[in-house]
Design a protein. Structure first.
Length: 74
């Protein structure tokens, strides 16, 4: 029978989860605005900052999540 591991997850595990969720939502909104552009134009609309920042946040969150997935604090 497998030994149960006691202890808490580090805060960076949950920070990674939140960054992945928020980055995914922002990137999805960027994809939405590619297919359905808004009527009001912004200064750098053609660079699609939602996709860039969503991708950066998702990647950083994945790194935090992946590095702390097996870490337990006592």
């Amino acid at each position: 029978m497998a030994k149960k591991v006691k202890g808490m997850k580090p805060i960076w595990y949950f920070v990674g989860l939140i960054l992945m969720i928020m980055g995914g939502v922002i990137a999805l909104s960027g994809l939405y605005y590619i297919f359905y552009p808004s009527q009001s134009a912004t200064v750098m609309q053609e660079l699609h900052p939602n996709l860039w920042w969503g991708g950066i946040m998702f990647t950083a969150g994945f790194i935090f999540f992946w590095r702390n997935r097996r870490v337990r604090l006592e």
